[in-house]
Design a protein around this ligand. Structure first.
Ligand code: WTA
Length: 657
């Protein structure tokens, strides 16, 4: 049955249920307890609530076309532009001087973009992109750290109907090249470098290295972030961002009307093969869902200051720093730095200074805050906070309570939000103005999200039993396909349980979960070849294939292991070719090869050499066993092993590493 990865999750009993305080409920965007039933009764028309948060160039008459399932088409006859929805309409509504982006730099500098200023910047860069030759449907790759040009460029692309593909700035040159090649992208926006903990890091040299290996010609735009701190030279077909936009000063670009179905962006994420998957999101379905969940779950109001501390290089930043908050016309905070620089109270200082209303972060961060202690939040006034959120990993009851008490002052509801790159927006969590919270469980599925936990045959499992987390009816934020191809999309995520043609399609999330008697879902971790390390989604196959490129490596198996701490690390089990000596030198080469292929986030914490990997009689590496060993867990059934004698050696090697 469900065999889950070594994500080290103890299913601690959920803490006692907690009701949201009445002060919160009184002002919440959604308070109607009947909303779950209404959505069920009115499906799919209920999704007009999401669609109507946007302004359409051509109103949709149809909500959902499911004739080509699992390729669902939301608002299929509607037309709109995402940048218009995030900018122009707020200007027309008299909010031009309202802050759109509040940017906090690494070195203490800050910048504010009003909606009017953001509009101007987006139009100028949109004009610059046009001048470079970018046309509707051309994929523009953006490889930038958390600087304002990143959301500006995303909205500029959206304005001219060019899908963006943002690649996390910490990924390596090779990873950038793979993604640009796969998307056949001929345009790249990057920068000279960025500061990390006060040091200047070179980003352009990574981008230049990626460009060397590409078969297509690429026009590159470079933002000068570091000035004199890191001088750079522009090569052929490379342009300075400021020069380009200065040449289009004050120009406006008519937003291009897009079909609701047209691609707004693609985002590469780890899947079950060695290749990253290009997840495609639509303009109408995605944007309406990002806006709806920002409204209903994050409770965002136009006059709020909203802070999601994710990186825009991942889906959380796309949906809840950029598209959701800006579609609702609120102020979104964007922070370039780390939580502990210059000191461990940096985030609380930002909350205090900007009177942040809603704060959305990840369990890894919350666990770090807890470890650092209460003196850091205690230095600041955090009473502006009204709602707290968490995403990316399970939030266990202890950190939940710490977050609730020391950041939320016991007064803020917490939404533990489960979702994925593929779902586009939050899918499982409590509605903060409606439902009670159970620390440790994400919550019930949102209205009309038909999440069910099933066994191998697709049958729902009973309360408290482990199963696969699936979603059984479509929702507007869902990915429309994979850029890699429609067949890959179906193969990676969708199943039908009978041969019959009209059997419903079921979406498989790749996570294991349990549901309790009240319908609250507790996430247990991934069941596929994806591991979640500090909230970063990594493919074990991708890391393995990098390791297999190292001279002397015969075989490799990568698993996520937890060494007692509530944290998953990358463990690489490696056997060498006969005449190669395993040892520190080889171990260092393996680590640096993984960093070069993917990025430091995929760095193996441990490289463990073994004379053989554990294999089944049919010759398959038994990764499950390695996960148990890496996590120090009791070993599962080993009777299928062809070489059981190897287990003791691997255990001993893991412990002495
Ligand atoms: C995990 C991030 C437990 C899960 C938005 C999922 C979570 C993967 C939660 C998606 C949560 C996300 N509790 N686990 N609240 N939220 N996950 O695509 O394993 O980067 O499949 O999207 O993160 O990661 P992705």
């Amino acid at each position: 049955m469900v065999d889950r990865n070594g994500q080290g999750r103890d299913v601690s009993p959920s803490g006692s249920p907690t009701r949201p305080p009445s002060s919160f409920v009184e002002q919440a965007n959604v308070t109607d307890e009947g909303i779950y039933e209404t959505f069920e009764d009115e499906w799919p028309e209920c999704w007009d609530r999401a669609g109507s948060l946007l302004e359409w160039d051509q109103e949709y008459e149809t909500i959902l076309d499911d004739s080509d399932a699992p390729f669902y088409r939301w608002f299929p006859d509607g037309k709109l532009n995402a940048s218009y929805n995030c900018l122009d309409r707020h200007l027309e509504a008299g909010r031009k001087n309202h802050a759109a982006i509040w940017w906090e730099g690494k070195r203490g500098e800050s910048e504010t973009y009003t909606y009017r200023e953001l509009f101007v910047a987006v139009n100028e860069f949109a004009a610059a992109l046009r001048e470079l030759g970018v046309e509707e449907d051309d994929v523009v790759t953006i490889y930038l750290p958390m600087i304002p040009e990143l959301p500006v460029a995303m909205l500029s692309c959206a304005r001219i109907g060019a899908p963006h593909s943002v690649v996390f700035a910490g990924l390596s040159a090779d990873a950038l090249a793979t993604r640009m090649e796969a998307a056949d992208s001929e345009y790249l926006l990057t920068c000279d470098g960025y500061y990390r903990r006060g040091d200047a890091f070179n980003q352009k040299s990574k981008a230049d290295n990626a460009l060397l290996s590409l078969s297509q010609d690429v026009s590159t735009v470079v933002v000068d972030r570091l000035g004199e701190d890191l001088p750079h030279v522009l090569g052929e077909n490379q342009y300075d961002y400021d020069d380009l936009t200065a040449a289009h000063e004050g120009e406006t670009v008519e937003p291009v009307t897009r079909d609701a179905e047209d691609m707004l962006f693609l985002m590469y994420t780890s899947g079950t093969t060695g290749e990253p998957k290009g997840v495609v999101h639509s303009t109408g379905g995605y944007l309406s869902y990002a806006a709806w969940t920002s409204h209903a779950v994050l409770d965002i109001k136009p006059d709020d200051t909203h802070w999601c501390s994710a990186d825009i290089g991942w889906i959380t930043g796309h949906s809840y720093i950029v598209y959701g908050p800006l579609a609702l016309g609120t102020t979104t905070v964007m922070y370039e730095g780390t939580p502990d620089y210059p000191d461990r109270d940096r985030l609380w200082e930002i909350v205090d200074r900007n009177a942040v209303d809603v704060f959305y972060t990840a369990p890894t961060a919350i666990q770090a805050f807890m470890k650092w202690g209460t003196e850091y939040p205690d230095r600041h006034d955090l009473t502006s906070l009204r709602l707290l959120g968490s995403v990316g990993e399970p939030l266990s009851p202890r950190p939940w309570r710490w977050y609730h008490e020391h950041i939320g002052g016991g007064e803020c509801p917490i939404v533990d939000t489960w979702w994925q790159t593929e779902t586009g927006g939050i899918a499982i969590t409590t509605l903060p103005g409606v439902s009670e919270m159970k620390p440790g469980a994400a919550g019930p599925p949102l209205p009309s999200i038909d999440a069910r936990v099933v066994d191998d045959d697709g049958a729902a499992v009973g309360p408290g039993e482990d199963g696969y987390l699936t979603i059984q009816t479509p929702w507007p934020g869902m990915a429309t396909t994979l850029y890699d191809g429609d067949d890959e999309f179906v193969e990676e995520y969708w199943r039908q349980f009978s041969e019959s043609e009209d059997d419903e399609w079921v979406y498989f999330s790749g996570d294991a979960a349990q549901v309790d008697e009240d319908g609250y879902v507790t996430i247990l971790g991934r069941v596929d070849d994806v591991i979640n390390v500090a909230g970063h989604r990594l493919s074990t196959m991708e890391i393995e294939s990098a390791i297999l490129d190292v001279d002397g490596v015969a075989e490799a198996a990568v698993v996520g292991g937890t060494s007692g701490a509530n944290r998953t690390d990358v463990y690489a089990y490696v056997s060498t070719e006969n005449d190669y000596e395993p040892g520190d030198a080889l171990s260092r080469t393996i680590v640096s090869t993984v960093e070069a292929a993917i990025g430091p986030i995929a760095r193996p914490e441990e490289v463990i050499f073994t004379s053989e990997l554990p294999k089944t009689r049919s010759g398959k590496i038994m990764r499950r066993l390695l996960e148990d060993i890496a996590s120090g867990d009791e070993l599962g059934d080993t009777s299928a092993l062809r070489n059981p004698e190897i287990v003791g050696e691997i255990q001993a090697a893991t412990r002495t590493e």
